[in-house]
Design a protein. Structure first.
Length: 305
């Protein structure tokens, strides 16, 4: 069966709601997914880095995916992050994601082992080939060491018809333009770093896998939509207001910070799984300053949320 999927728009890389004891709060997770879609987001990406995937068992990842699928139904696609220590495990997880009803996969390099380019390409190829689900390649050399260069991505696209998109998180916005020129529309291009969204859209991205959207979905959609339609004035006003918050997505404790902001706006708990710990007092003080400034200076385009 041939599958299609629209990768345009804002895709929250959702956090994984946790109970105080560290178990997954599936009821809260379902509410969170519905809030994202009700706020105008295009789909859900679960069990990525922000979703604490490295601390989840494969069975937990599939349970998260099932909850997300049930929560949004036919309203929006659910994309599961496929990350594993080994290729066999990643392939099994991809196949389980299809059985769970996911609409697509976000394909990562292998964890821990610093594979060379030949090994990395073989790994992601095996995952992409494991199902007919539309796939999005995740390029984040800062976090995962492996760097998918435009020529390599073009080769993967030529070899795999169900590779449909790239989440570009290299931190070099020139990559978006380079991919657009080389791929000629073959793959959808999505920005993967919150503070690069305006530059990424200007360079040709049509999607955004976002982090602070977990606490500010209406604002995120308003920013992205203004950028896409070329309303530079509105986009700049929202971005300038949003930027201190968006930068929380680009630091080592981005999971704790984004979950803390969610809790402060009444949309979840700050609970994380070890080895992550709660923010220390100095980190909380910094986050309070950022959030309080945002509350005081909210631009009119975001006042509805």
């Amino acid at each position: 069966m041939k599958r299609t999927m629209n990768w345009d728009g804002v895709f929250p890389a959702i956090t994984t709601n946790m109970r105080d004891g560290g178990g997954i709060d599936h009821r809260a997770l379902a509410r969170h997914c519905r809030w994202m879609i009700d706020s105008g987001c295009a789909g859900i990406v679960c069990c990525g880095s922000l979703g604490e995937a490295a601390t989840l068992s494969d069975a937990e990842k599939i349970s998260v995916a099932q909850t997300c699928v049930r929560a949004v139904g036919e309203r929006a696609p659910v994309v599961l992050g496929i990350s594993a220590l080994g290729t066999r495990e990643a392939v099994a997880l991809a196949r389980a994601a299809k059985r769970a009803g996911c609409s697509g996969l976000m394909v990562l390099p292998p964890y821990v082992y610093n594979a060379d380019p030949r090994e990395t390409l073989a790994h992601v190829s095996a995952v992409i080939e494991a199902t007919d689900l539309p796939c999005m390649l995740y390029n984040n050399p800062i976090a995962y060491s492996a760097d998918f260069l435009p020529a390599q991505i073009a080769a993967l696209a030529a070899a795999h018809p169900n590779l449909h998109a790239v989440k570009e998180s290299s931190g070099d916005v020139r990559r978006i333009a380079a991919l657009r020129r080389r791929l000629r529309g073959r793959l959808a291009l999505l920005v993967g770093m919150d503070d690069a969204v305006l530059d990424g859209v200007a360079a040709g991205a049509t999607g955004w896998v976002a982090g602070l959207v977990n606490a500010f979905p209406v604002e995120s959609v308003a920013l992205f939509d203004a950028a896409i339609r070329g309303d530079r004035g509105t986009a700049k006003r929202i971005f300038d207001w949003f930027l201190p918050l968006l930068r929380l997505d680009t630091v080592p404790k981005f999971v704790q910070l984004i979950k803390w902001v969610q809790a402060e706006v009444g949309r979840g708990k700050a609970t994380v799984r070890p080895p992550r710990l709660a923010l220390d007092p100095l980190e909380v003080a910094m986050a309070i300053r950022v959030l309080e400034r945002a509350k005081r200076k909210r631009p009119p385009e975001t006042a509805a949320s």
